[in-house]
Design a protein around this ligand. Structure first.
Ligand SMILES: N[C@@H](CCC(=O)N[C@@H](CS)C(=O)NCC(=O)O)C(=O)O
Length: 202
C-alpha cells in the first residue's frame, strides 16, 4: 500500500497546511505533493471540486474538501474523537473555521484600499469578535478542544487563527484574539507541540 498523497500548492498556508499538520500530529508519513502554480490550470479540472487540498488513498477515488480530508485522517489515524457526539462537537468547529474564511473573503475583493480597510475593520469588530467568543465558550480546561490531546479540530482552529495572529491579514491587528485566553492557549499549545515545531521550522 503506497503512502497517502496530499496535493496542495507549495505554500505553508490555509487548508493544505492544515491537512499536512493533521498528518504531522497523527505521526503518519505522507506524500506531500506540491503543485506548481503554473501547473494549476491543467490540474484544476482533474480534482473532485476544482480545488485543493486533495487526498489520494490507493484504490479509492480522490477526496476533496479540507474538512472531509481532516475527518478521514482523524478517524483513520486516531486524531478525532470516536464518540459520535464528541466527534460532532469537533466537526462543528471545523465548519466554523470554514464559515470564518468565507466571511473574510468579500473584504479581500474590495475595490480599493480604503474600502478594504473599512470592510476589514467592520469584520474584526463584528464577525471575527463574535466567532472568537463563540469558540472560546466551547473550550474547557484545555489546552485543546478535547482536553490534553491535540486532534483535527485543534489543527483547524490553529490554522484558522494563524494568519490573523501573525498579523498578515491587512487592517486586522494581530491582537484580535487577545480577549479569548482559551483560544490563545490552544494556539500556543498547538504550536509548541514538538512535531508541529519541527514541521514549521524544518
Ligand atoms: N471548501 C473547500 C475550499 C477549497 C479551496 O477554495 N481551496 C483553494 C486553496 S485554499 C483553491 O483550491 N484555490 C484555487 C482555485 O479555486 O482555483 C475546502 O475546504 O477544501
Amino acid at each position: 500500500m503506497s503512502k497517502p498523497r496530499l496535493s496542495y500548492f507549495d505554500m505553508p498556508v490555509s487548508r493544505g497546511e492544515e491537512c499536512r499538520l493533521a498528518f504531522v500530529i497523527a505521526g503518519v508519513d505522507f506524500d506531500d505533493h506540491r503543485i506548481a502554480r503554473a501547473d494549476w490550470p491543467a490540474v484544476k479540472p482533474t480534482t473532485p471540486f476544482g480545488t485543493v487540498p486533495v487526498l489520494e488513498i490507493e484504490g479509492h477515488a480522490p477526496i476533496g474538501e479540507s474538512n472531509a480530508i481532516l475527518q478521514y485522517i482523524g478517524r483513520r489515524w486516531g486524531v478525532h474523537p470516536t464518540g459520535l457526539e464528541e466527534a460532532a462537537r469537533h466537526e462543528a468547529l471545523l465548519c466554523a473555521v470554514e464559515g470564518l474564511r468565507a466571511a473574510l473573503l468579500p473584504s479581500g475583493r474590495a475595490p480599493d484600499e480604503t474600502a478594504k480597510r473599512i470592510a476589514r475593520e467592520e469584520f474584526a469588530a463584528t464577525t471575527l469578535k463574535t466567532w472568537a467568543a463563540h469558540v472560546e465558550a466551547q473550550l474547557g480546561d484545555g489546552p485543546f478542544v478535547g482536553g490534553a490531546t491535540p486532534m483535527i479540530a485543534d489543527v483547524k482552529l490553529y490554522m484558522g487563527m494563524r494568519a490573523f495572529r501573525r498579523g498578515v491579514i491587512d487592517h486586522i491587528p494581530a491582537t484580535c484574539f487577545d480577549a479569548c485566553p482559551k483560544l490563545i492557549r490552544l494556539y500556543e499549545a498547538f504550536e509548541s507541540l514538538p512535531a508541529v515545531k519541527a514541521w514549521i521550522t524544518r
